[in-house]
Write a protein that binds this ligand. Structure first.
Ligand SMILES: [Zn+2]
Length: 530
């Protein structure tokens, strides 16, 4: 990132036309824009990608064509971000209220809405919201009656003579969500969805849609309910941070956008005289071809100014990047990354000497979703760490460690928040093998190169407290010495950047075939680390 305040760019480029076939026939129809996992009031990549401002431009264009526009949000917006550390997501609520005033916005909660251990901040965010919080598999128990009553289940709205029913689901703690005593979440997602669909059918709605914050495979399972419930038109969701799409026979369409509105979906629903409906969806990449909304930019500038008022040092240059580092979520959640390597290397020295043997983090810790190149500014540190990560020092055997790391390579190759950035070892993975049996080789450095980790030897390990506690599916043994959580990762990294700057050194090493820490085998035919 180069600068925090972006000039208000006036675009004269033609405006992206909505997905219309014959304007006369469709002009009065219903249009949804779906977004999810949005942590920024403004756009990303120096303002060139994503952002609610561009979403609003598309909303107004569709409205100008006579469409009845509704916005859907698949959750994750209150936390984590640099701003949420100051305002507990109220800056996002303000932004979402603004777009809700232009077109009604209906959201489901994501797991990050429940990042705070206490309920006060969530209750405040709900009470400040003018948009609809929907939930069919969960209830709020914040102790604030107004906030708790605000959550709507079995939600419907009218479009002309037609009625649309919406059900909304969120992720349970057992599946990677947060455990909090101020929410009750039912994890029988498909059962809840089917009951909600039946209830909406009984009320005579014309079309049913789902807004979820679940894993994609769950959404696909729920989408198959269309076979028995033809009014189920589509499911839109969040959580993955990368675009997802499925349209198969006898199933509802499933769509998710990319984080920070880099990619959103436009879904047109048109009804015919006999009560039938058609759905046509379009994936939209929000880049510079879509202009900002000038009114929204006033709001975005307001929050930028407030941020700089609180943190006037944000733009201060603290170091230099040795190379352009691509820390966009798509990249950092699926592959080794120069910035990630630099960060995890600092973890091994966090508890003094001797330096710990091994360290790793889940990529979901790194929230910047942007490039770091040229000057490293304080803002890059602030945005990389959307929350505090206190570290733990413990020991594991080589055999245990290999088992722990298998969790990092489970699932598909697409980007995942649990994907690990590592230090002190290198790992060779064959994704064609069964889950939890994919690590072909895990090696530690020795004087003259590398050797396989020794199954029975004890190694020292540093991980964030979140992972030590079993977060993101990593199971670290609890039956031996472990330090209390200490040494905050953000300040370790800041310290390391400043130290490099003092020495006149740039930060970050390119990942090469020789020094790579992760080797993902193609078709299992390659040799590890060759
Ligand atoms: Zn999520």
């Amino acid at each position: 990132m180069k600068k925090i305040i972006l000039p208000l760019v006036v675009f004269t480029a033609f405006v992206l036309a909505a997905c219309t076939t014959t304007p006369v026939e469709k002009s009065s129809g219903l249009t949804f824009f779906h977004l999810n996992d949005i942590y920024r009031v403004g756009a990303v990549e120096d303002g060139t990608a994503g952002g609610l401002s561009r979403v609003l431009t598309l909303v107004r264009e569709a409205q100008a064509q006579g469409r009845d526009v509704h916005l859907l949000h698949g959750g994750d917006f209150l936390y984590p971000s640099l701003e949420s550390q100051l305002w507990d997501g109220l800056q996002m609520v303000d932004a979402m209220n603004f777009i809700n005033a232009v077109a009604p916005l209906h959201i489901t909660s994501g797991n990050h809405e429940f990042d705070r251990r206490g309920p006060e901040q969530l209750a405040a965010a709900i009470n400040a919201s003018e948009f609809d919080w929907l939930g069919d598999n969960y209830v709020f128990k914040t102790g604030d009656p107004q906030a708790d009553a605000a959550l709507k289940s079995g939600f419907t709205f009218s479009h002309g003579d037609n009625t649309v029913g919406v059900f909304a689901l969120t992720l349970h703690g057992d599946d990677g969500g947060n455990y909090r005593d101020y929410i009750d979440i039912d994890k029988a997602y498909e059962d809840v969805a089917e009951r909600a669909i039946l209830a909406l059918e009984q009320r005579g709605v014309d079309v049913i849609i789902g807004v979820t914050h679940l894993h994609m495979w769950r959404d696909l399972a729920i989408a198959r309910l269309k076979a028995q419930h033809p009014k189920l038109a589509f499911i839109v969701g969040g959580h993955e941070h990368e675009p997802q799409y499925s349209r198969v026979a006898n199933s509802a369409v499933v769509m998710k956008g990319a984080s920070n509105a880099r990619v959103i979906w436009q879904i047109d629903v048109d009804f015919d005289a006999s009560g039938g409906y058609s759905v046509s969806e379009k994936r939209i990449e929000l880049d510079e071809s879509v202009p900002f909304d000038p009114e929204y930019e006033v709001l975005a500038d307001k929050w930028n100014s407030r941020l700089l008022e609180k943190f006037p040092f944000l733009e201060a240059r603290i170091g230099t990047a040795a190379l352009p580092m691509d820390v966009r979520e798509e990249q950092v959640r699926s592959s080794e990354n120069s910035w990630g390597n630099f960060i995890v290397d600092q973890m091994r020295v966090a508890f003094g000497k001797p330096v710990a043997d091994l360290a790793f983090i889940n990529s979901g810790t790194l929230r910047i979703d942007d490039y770091i190149e040229g000057d490293i500014r304080f803002e890059d540190i602030g945005r990389t760490f959307g929350f505090s990560s206190f570290l733990r020092y413990t020991t594991v055997t080589g055999a245990e460690f290999k088992r722990i790391m298998e969790a990092g390579y489970r699932g598909g190759p697409e980007s995942q928040g649990y994907f690990p950035q590592v230090s002190g070892f290198r790992v060779c993975v064959d994704r064609s093998r069964n889950e939890f049996d994919r690590i072909v080789s895990l090696q530690v450095p020795v004087d003259d190169g590398w050797q396989e980790i020794e199954a029975d030897r004890e190694y020292t390990l540093v991980v964030p407290d979140f992972l030590y506690g079993g977060g993101d599916g990593y199971e670290i043994p609890k039956d031996r010495f472990a330090s209390r959580p200490g040494s905050e990762l953000k300040y370790l990294v800041l310290d390391a950047v400043l130290r490099a700057q003092g020495l006149g050194k740039a930060v970050g090493e390119p990942v090469t075939l020789e020094n790579r820490r992760l080797h993902q085998l193609r078709e299992g035919k390659e040799r590890c680390f060759h």
